[in-house]
Design a protein around this ligand. Structure first.
Ligand code: GLU
Length: 457
């Protein structure tokens, strides 16, 4: 059976590139009827942090990239690593090396962190690399040759007693029965040594697939400079897990021109031989578009439920779900995350609309106040029971007063919403209902009068 794993270190937030590695490992396993495991590489105590661990676990969980077996923690397996280092020592595949006093490596760290029977003061243990070329048959890059000059006798046990990544990873990948190691190609250079360690310990060598890095649109490795890279930020801002998964699946893999993939389709279609050899580009605009498409396709009840907690962050209580659903039915043309959508809808729920004085400058208070008098009067005669009839009412208003829509539409919209861009005014009036509509327009008239006075002083 095919077994893959994702092995993050809890030394930082989970990068979106790491999520893609987890996703490809998960998809490859599922596509082949196999299993996916999660391992936490937490041997570096000084850099590991519970908050990072919690957030890695919760975001993978939220994305449904769940381990098929209990999560393995390397920090709980230190004795097993020592047993294996001892085997290597006994078979002459490893040796003690005295630390040079001027060696500027972590190995000069003499304070003991893990007291074990192999520790020898002032010494590290190195793996004795066979002096021969190593070929990594990578499933994405093809055969990659490493001359013996490129492979060093790496430290496998530090002088502080802690085993290092290359040995712990090999021991665990073997213990977990991993058949395919899928990871970022920043680890390609570690692979020849790891293959040698697998061999020296008498383990089967798994297959390797090194994924090209994700770059920003400027061609540089994706980092904070480009925007959010921490998966939590995306999830918190209200990117849907479906669109994140869809987008990441497409970042370095393709299936013809198809843009939209459900999770079950991805499980059916994913294959490593369609993964690009060159770096993939992370395009925030494309992700935003995709997220918006997913939200637009969702059932309004579900969108309303998802938006609710975001609206509540704006100190809104007692939100009427039917009202919210009606608002959402007007569409979400411009915004693309749940957070932004919620923010753009706050004006429907508040009593006092905050008017931006800069935007307000576009209006002419003395003229517009007179127009609003007439609009209010006209609307007072309408029962607000039919959205189309409200539309007709505004048309009649134009004719009766010999006005064009642009003469009063923008000021009514701004008065009702505090925004220059918002849905059609008959739609807004219908949603708000008669009382709120008239109240808002009256309040706006007061605001206009005050500001007109202020600007005349
Ligand atoms: N803990 C390592 C990392 O986060 C795992 C690398 C691997 O997949 O072998 O880079």
């Amino acid at each position: 059976m095919i077994k893959t794993r994702f092995a993050p270190s809890p030394t930082g937030w989970l990068h979106i590139g790491g999520v893609r590695t987890a996703l490809y490992s998960w998809l490859f396993a599922k596509n082949n009827g196999g299993e996916f495991y999660l391992r936490i590489d937490d041997t570096d105590k000084s850099r590991s942090d519970q908050k990072y661990l919690d957030s890695i676990l919760s975001s993978l969980d939220e994305l449904d990239l769940k381990s098929d077996k209990d999560v393995i923690y390397q920090s709980q397996r230190l004795d097993i690593y020592i047993d294996n280092v001892e085997i290597l020592l006994n078979n002459d595949h490893a040796y003690y090396d005295k630390i040079e006093i001027n060696e500027k490596t972590k190995d000069t760290d003499l304070s003991l962190e893990f007291d074990n029977r192999l520790n020898k003061e002032g010494h590290v243990i190195r793996f004795r690399n066979p002096k021969q070329e190593v070929v990594v048959e990578d499933l994405i890059h093809g055969p990659v040759k490493f001359s013996n000059k490129a492979i060093h006798d790496i430290v496998i046990l530090r002088s502080n007693g802690m085993p290092t990544y290359n040995i712990t990873s090999v021991i665990d990948d073997n213990f977990m029965g991993v058949t395919h190691i899928i990871r970022g190609d920043d680890h390609l250079n570690n692979t020849p040594v790891q293959q040698n360690i697998f061999h020296a310990l008498g383990f089967d060598i798994p297959k390797f697939a090194h994924l090209p890095m994700i770059h920003g649109t400027d061609g540089k490795r994706l980092s904070k400079r480009h925007g959010a890279v921490n998966i939590n930020k995306f999830l918190e801002d209200g990117y849907l897990k479906e669109s994140v998964i869809n987008y990441l699946a497409k970042t370095g893999w393709s299936h013809g021109d198809q843009e939209f993939f459900s999770i079950s389709e991805l499980k059916k279609l994913f294959s490593l031989n369609k993964v690009t050899k060159s770096s993939a580009i992370f395009d925030y605009d494309k992700l935003n578009w995709l997220n918006q498409q997913y939200i637009k396709k969702m059932d309004l009840n579900d969108v309303a439920k998802l938006i609710l907690p975001y609206l509540q962050t704006h100190n809104l209580s007692d939100i009427d779900m039917a009202y919210l659903k009606n608002i959402l039915s007007l569409g979400i043309e411009r915004e693309y995350t749940l957070k932004e959508i919620a923010k753009s809808l706050v004006y429907y729920f508040i009593e006092e609309i905050p008017y931006d004085t800069d935007d307000f400058k576009k209006f002419n208070p003395s003229k517009d106040n007179l127009i609003l008098d007439k609009v209010i009067k006209k609307l007072s005669d309408n029962n607000f029971e039919d959205e189309d009839k409200l539309g007709l009412c505004f048309q009649e208003f134009c004719q009766e007063n010999d006005l064009k829509f642009k003469d009063f539409g923008p000021v009514v919209r701004f008065g009702l919403t505090g925004r220059l861009k918002a849905p059609a005014i008959n739609e807004i009036c219908f949603l708000l209902g008669k009382t709120r509509t008239i109240d808002r327009l009256n309040n706006f008239q007061i605001f206009m009068s005050n500001n007109a006075v202020a600007s005349n002083e």
